[in-house]
Design a binder for this molecule. Structure first.
Ligand code: GTP
Ligand code: MG
Ligand code: ZN
Ligand code: ZN
Length: 392
C-alpha cells in the first residue's frame, strides 16, 4: 500500500512503502563511494556514498546491492537518494519549519533547542530524544555537530557567525531529531517514534520571495516556528539600552518577514484571498532576557516552562496573552492584526536561548553560560497538535 511521506532532505513527496536502499559496502567485490547526481541536483549535497538502488520486488527486510552483492538494510529517498533514518517508514515525521529574519537568533535557538530537547525535555517525558541522522545540519556525524555547533556556544561561550545564504552554502541539510517514547494504549505498551525535522534558513533567503528552496520547504511543513527579533522593533528598542552591535536588522523587519511567509504560503497552498491558512504557526519573540528587568515578577514570561510531561495549555495561553500585551507596548500590533487576518491557528511565545544578555560586541555568552528559558515551548505546542505530546 502506498503511503505518503515527505523526504526531509529534498522535500519531495515519496512513497514510504517503496523506499530505495543504499549499499553499505559489504559485498565481495568493491563498491565505490561516489557523489550522486540526483542528490546533488535536489539537495546540493556532493557527499560521497555507496550506490543507491530501487527495492527489488517483494523484498521487505534487507536487500542485496546489485553492484557488489553486499547485504544492506539502509533505506534511502527514491528521489534524492539520501539515506533515511532507520524507522523513517514507520514513524510519524512532522516537519517543523524554523524561519525568521536575519539576526533574529535562529542558529542560537536551534542549537540550544536541540540540546535542551536531548538533555532536559527527554528526561521529563521519559523519552529518548536523539539526533536521527549522520549528517545533522550538513555536518559529518554527531561528533562534528557537537564540535561545530554545541561546543563553541556551551564551552567556549562564543556566538555563531551569521548563517550563509542558501545560495552561498548550497546545502541546507535539515536537522532530524527522533523522539522515542513508550505509550500504553488499552493496556498494551508500544514504542512510538516521531521524527522532527528543523531547517535553519538564512535570514536573507526570506527576503527573496523567489528562493525556490524556501518555497518548497515551507510548502511541506506541518507547522512553523516563525522567529522574530524584538530588537528590530523601534518601539521595543526604545525600552532597552542596547549597544549598536546588538542591532543587526532594518526596522520593522519582523512584519516584513511575516508578510513574506504568508505570501509564500498562500501561493503554495492556493489559498483564496479571504481564506485563512490552517497550519499552526508559533510566533516566537527571541532575546526576551533583555526585557527581564522591565517585566513584573508575576509575569508568566518570567517563569520557567512547567516541568510536567505535557504541554500546559493554560500556561501557554497566559504567555500568549502577555506577549500580545508586550506587542501593544512595543507598538507592534500590526503583526497581531496580520496574524489574525491570515491564520486560523497561531500562538505567541517569548523565549531566550541564552537566558541572559551576551556581550554583543565581543560576541561572548554571559559568564553564567547558556541558560535556556522557555525554548521548548513552541515545539511542545506544535507537537501537542500533532498528538506526540499530551496537552494538559
Ligand atoms: N539577548 C539575547 N541575544 C541573543 C540571543 N540569541 C541570539 N542573540 C543575539 O542575536 C545575534 C544573532 O543570533 P543568531 O542565532 O546568529 O541569529 P540568526 O537568526 O541565525 O542570524 P542569521 O544566520 O544571520 O540569519 C547573536 O549574535 C546575539 O547577539 C538571546 O537568547 N538573548
Ligand atoms: Mg544563523
Ligand atoms: Zn554495493
Ligand atoms: Zn529526498
Amino acid at each position: 500500500m502506498a503511503s505518503n511521506a515527505v523526504c526531509p532532505f529534498c522535500f519531495q513527496r515519496i512513497d514510504s512503502s517503496r523506499l530505495w536502499y543504499q549499499c553499505l559496502g559489504r559485498g565481495n567485490t568493491e563498491c565505490k563511494k561516489e557523489a550522486d547526481e540526483a542528490r546533488e541536483q535536489l539537495t546540493k549535497s556532493t557527499r560521497e556514498t555507496y550506490p543507491t538502488f530501487p527495492p527489488p520486488e517483494r523484498v521487505a527486510g534487507a536487500a542485496f546491492c546489485p553492484t557488489c552483492g553486499g547485504r544492506t538494510n539502509l533505506r534511502a529517498c527514491p528521489q534524492c537518494h539520501t539515506a533515511l533514518p532507520s524507522d523513517f517508514g514507520d514513524s510519524r515525521s512532522p516537519m517543523i519549519g524554523l524561519v525568521g529574519s536575519k539576526g533574529s537568533g535562529k542558529t542560537v535557538l536551534m542549537t540550544v533547542l536541540v540540546k535542551q530537547l536531548k538533555d532536559v525535555v527527554g528526561k521529563r517525558y521519559d523519552a529518548a530524544i536523539r539526533l536521527a541522522t549522520d549528517n545533522p545540519d550538513g555536518l559529518q556525524g554527531l561528533s562534528d555537530y557537537q564540535a561545530r555547533r554545541e561546543a563553541p556556544l556551551y564551552k567556549d561561550r562564543v556566538l555563531p557567525p551569521t548563517t550563509n545564504q542558501m545560495a552561498a552554502r548550497g546545502h541546507a541539510a535539515p536537522l532530524l531529531l527522533r523522539w522515542q517514547q513508550e505509550t500504553t494504549r488499552l493496556g498494551r505498551t508500544s514504542v512510538r517514534s516521531t521524527l522532527l525535522s528543523f531547517v535553519d534558513t538564512a535570514g536573507e533567503d526570506l527576503n527573496d520571495v523567489q528562493t525556490a528552496f524556501t518555497l518548497k520547504y515551507l510548502s511541506v511543513c506541518d507547522g512553523l516556528i516563525v522567529v522574530l527579533d524584538p530588537f528590530a522593533l523601534p518601539g521595543a528598542r526604545a525600552r532597552l539600552n542596547l549597544p549598536d552591535a546588538a542591532v543587526d536588522v532594518d526596522d520593522d523587519a519582523p512584519l516584513d518577514v511575516v508578510n513574506n511567509i504568508t505570501e509564500m504560503l498562500k501561493v503554495d497552498h492556493e489559498i483564496k484571498k479571504r481564506r485563512k491558512l490552517t497550519l499552526p504557526v508559533a510566533v516566537v519573540f527571541t532575546k526576551i532576557d533583555a526585557f527581564f528587568p522591565a517585566l513584573n515578577r508575576g509575569n508568566p514570561l518570567m517563569a520557567a516552562t512547567p516541568t510536567v510531561a505535557g504541554y500546559d495549555n493554560a500556561d501557554g495561553l497566559a504567555v500568549h496573552e502577555h506577549v500580545l500585551a508586550l506587542m501593544h507596548e512595543w507598538n507592534a500590533q500590526d503583526i497581531d492584526t496580520h496574524m489574525r487576518l491570515n491564520y486560523a491557528d497561531f500562538r505567541y511565545f517569548g523565549v531566550s536561548a541564552l537566558g541572559a544578555e551576551p556581550d554583543y560586541e565581543t560576541r561572548t555568552v554571559a559568564a553564567g553560560g547558556v541558560r535556556p528559558h522557555r525554548v521548548e515551548d513552541p515545539v511542545l505546542w506544535l507537537l501537542s497538535k500533532a498528538g506526540t505530546v499530551r496537552a494538559a
